[in-house]
Design a protein around this ligand. Structure first.
Ligand SMILES: NC(=O)c1ccc[n+]([C@@H]2O[C@H](COP(=O)([O-])OP(=O)(O)OC[C@H]3O[C@@H](n4cnc5c(N)ncnc54)[C@H](OP(=O)(O)O)[C@@H]3O)[C@@H](O)[C@H]2O)c1
Length: 293
């Protein structure tokens, strides 16, 4: 398939990802996420047509005016989903949804997460709520509690207050905390462990603070905790087709209905990519920076 690019997000990797990132190929191709229109179709492809809007889901080299992708690496975009949403709905939102789905938390149980006012943290809450799973969200600044409240997200505790542990325990109220999602590292991961129920799982998702984890070995051993990593691209690649279709269907439904929104900070013409990358790195950004062809 040849796809003419309409909208994409500039490279945005957190610094900790860079050593693990797939390098650009020698031909300069890079990028995995964009939305465009099919220009040409190869042989033996069913269900897609020239002129159809699609987003890439696993194709590589899509940060270009046009790109080549296998049909299986393209997802049709419904009319009610904008280019701005379709340019960012696979990697991060699909990762957040796959993450929640993989945690094994049952209705009425809890999960806890830190860096909860980030883009991923804000998505984890509605995806968990749709499964009847409660979420305790940790943020590092008291002001972020209000920011999340404005977005309708409650059960948020700021770790900059001296009594945050008591407040967290009060909210959980003796419930079962099945899993904790750490996006910070260092002591923050240990703090999550202290909130986990016995036999719970700490999922290492990001590393916004420190590259190493500080975990109390006694808790891990005696409370039989599990520590595992989660890398969305890998999970998505290894996912069976039935699970992928179920989760993709859920994502499309929740986004199309407006239940889940993907904010955009600013849109630049593709020729202004340097400005877009600078805007992308700006602190306090409240949505994705996008490039439009
Ligand atoms: N494993 C995967 O598959 C996968 C997929 C997508 C993203 N990620 C990772 O997940 C993490 C979050 O991504 P995102 O898109 O939500 O990021 P984001 O929107 O940029 O938000 C970052 C969040 O981290 C908080 N933060 C930054 N440094 C911190 C620190 N030292 N201690 C505590 N909180 C800190 C920020 O809080 P303030 O508002 O207070 O600054 C903000 O809430 C990143 O590390 C990202 O690379 C992993």
């Amino acid at each position: 398939m040849i796809v003419s690019n309409r909208c994409m997000s500039p490279p945005a990797a957190s610094p900790w990802i860079r050593p693990y990132r797939r390098p650009s190929r020698r031909d300069g191709n890079t990028g995995t996420e964009a939305v465009g229109v099919i220009d040409a179709i190869g042989p033996d492809v069913d269900g897609l047509r020239v002129g159809q809007r699609v987003s890439s889901a696993g194709a590589f080299g899509v940060w270009a005016e046009s790109f080549i992708a296998r049909a299986a690496a393209l997802v049709p975009v419904p009319d009610e989903v904008s280019d701005e949403t379709a340019a960012q709905w696979i990697s991060m939102p699909f990762s957040a949804l796959s993450l929640v789905d993989s945690l094994g938390a049952e209705e009425g149980e809890w999960i806890v997460q830190n860096a909860a006012n980030g883009a991923v943290g804000r998505l984890v809450v509605p995806f968990a709520a749709a499964r009847g799973v409660r979420v305790l969200s940790l943020v590092r600044r008291s002001a972020a509690v209000e920011e999340l409240a404005a977005a309708g997200i409650t059960d948020v505790v700021a770790t900059d207050s001296a009594d945050w542990r008591e407040r967290a325990a009060e909210i959980i109220g003796g419930g079962t905390v099945r899993a904790a999602v750490d996006s910070v590292g260092g002591q923050a991961a240990g703090d999550l462990i202290s909130l986990l129920s016995d036999s719970g799982t700490l999922v290492v998702f990001g590393s916004m603070g420190e590259p190493n984890l500080s975990l109390p070995t006694g808790d891990v051993i005696f409370r039989q905790l599990t520590v595992r990593g989660f890398w969305g691209s890998r999970v998505s690649r290894d996912m069976d087709a039935a699970t992928r279709n179920r989760l993709m269907g859920e994502l499309v439904t929740r986004i199309s209905s407006g239940e889940v929104t993907l904010p955009v900070e600013e849109i630049f013409p593709a020729a202004e990519i340097a400005d877009a990358v600078r805007a992308n790195a700006r602190a306090g950004r409240e949505g994705k920076v996008l490039l439009r062809f």
